[in-house]
Design a protein around this ligand. Structure first.
Ligand SMILES: [Zn+2]
Length: 390
């Protein structure tokens, strides 16, 4: 799955200080954990202590890694002790501890790997004529520090099928955005969103009228029937929009020669419309046309620059603007572009994406047949006027 690169990086005052700071966090975690076991009989979880123990001198994810390390050795002890009576739990405090950087704290420019230590702190900069790794762990070898960089093995799932790959981002403002390496298409979500909001409002209003009637009364039964009748109409409209829009995107991608559709997933996100049903429709419609469908975890895909791989801490506004290289593109298009790159194992590396066509909006026509020809495309200008957030 992974391969690693080991690099000796000598010994500096900065490395000593960072390693000591990690040692402090690790020791605090260890002491607090065992004290809670002793006094309260409670075995705390990593999430409790990650919130408690942070550091002003480290990147937040580096600090989390120190806490997680303690729990990792705790877990390995609990697994080992059944068979190994000499195994002992992690119990020693550490003056120095290994420093772990996650992808979110890295940027690679001109052969220099910049490892962030949080806002306002001097980053750790390493000479790095290689690609951007997934994690970097720095530890003491006895004579000097060593950086161990982990790389995800490129494409563990076999060779790419021939043909184009399109990434699809299911968004909050847009229903879906796709990118196939050349073109970006947007399914506008405004109409669907307003229908769903009206559906919720209507549901609440009709239910309030029902609730004041006596249980079992004739009037109550009449109102209940009226409620489901009125809601059914809206439900059908919503279904219709979802069907027409998803079909339109898939037929468009098919015409463009796309062979593989990669849909971004993130279980933590809660959206107004059901991503499940949109994803399901996109999936079976693509498979019906003989395309392959893959799911791709979309972590970091909205915050990473598609051109240089720089990871932003936060993205504001409808446009993505990279502070590192200045590359600018429509935010939802960036998500789809990066889902595609991530699937291809290229996320975070450099890409030439200079002259990218602006996104094309695929509009909803209420009276149209299911699949209509292209040609009535509306170009979504930079600020995407027709997709203004509510
Ligand atoms: Zn950039």
């Amino acid at each position: 799955m992974y391969h690693v690169r080991r690099v000796h990086i000598g010994k500096t005052a900065q490395l000593d200080e960072l390693a000591h700071e990690c040692g402090i966090l690790y020791s605090k975690t260890l002491v607090f954990f065992w004290r809670t076991v002793r006094h309260k009989g409670l075995w705390l979880k990593p999430k409790h202590l990650m919130r408690l123990f942070t550091s002003k001198k480290l990147h937040a994810h580096t600090a989390d890694a120190c806490v997680q390390s303690f729990f990792a050795s705790l877990k390995s002890w609990r697994e080992r002790r059944a068979t190994d009576p000499t195994a002992h739990p992690p119990r020693r405090r550490k003056w120095y501890f290994r420093i772990e950087y996650k992808r979110s704290a890295m940027a690679l420019t001109d052969g220099m790997l910049r490892l962030s230590n949080g806002r306002g702190n001097e980053p750790l900069v390493l000479n790095w004529p290689w690609e951007l790794p997934v994690t970097v762990v720095i530890h003491w070898t006895g004579t000097q520090y060593e950086a161990i960089a982990t790389y995800e093995q490129q494409r563990a799932y076999g060779p790419f099928p021939v043909g184009k790959v399109a990434g699809i981002d299911l968004g909050e403002v847009h229903m879906a955005v796709s990118h196939d390496g050349e073109r970006t298409y947007i399914l506008n979500g405004r109409l669907l969103r307003s229908k769903r909001q009206y559906q919720n409002k209507l549901k609440a209003r009709l239910q309030a009228r029902i609730d004041v009637k006596n249980k079992g009364s004739r009037r109550r039964k009449q109102l209940t029937a009226a409620k489901s009748r009125q809601l059914r109409k809206l439900t059908n409209q919503i279904k219709d929009i979802e069907h027409k829009q998803t079909t339109r995107l898939i037929t468009t991608l098919h015409e463009q020669g796309v062979q593989t559709v990669v849909i971004g997933t993130n279980n933590q996100k809660i959206h107004q419309w059901s991503h499940g049903s949109i994803r399901f429709k996109l999936t079976y419609k693509a498979e019906r046309l003989g395309m392959d469908v893959a799911l791709q975890d979309e972590h970091y895909t909205s915050r990473t620059c598609s051109a240089c791989g720089y990871v932003r801490s936060k993205v504001k506004g409808r446009m993505f603007r990279c502070p590192q290289c200045g590359w600018t593109y429509h935010r939802d298009g960036v998500g789809a572009m990066n889902i595609r790159q991530k699937y291809r194992g290229e996320l975070g590396s450099r890409h030439v994406v200079g002259a990218m066509a602006p996104p094309t909006s695929l509009r909803y026509y209420p009276q149209s047949g299911v699949a209509r020809t292209l040609g009535r495309e509306n170009v979504c200008v930079g600020n995407c006027a027709e997709a203004a957030p509510l």
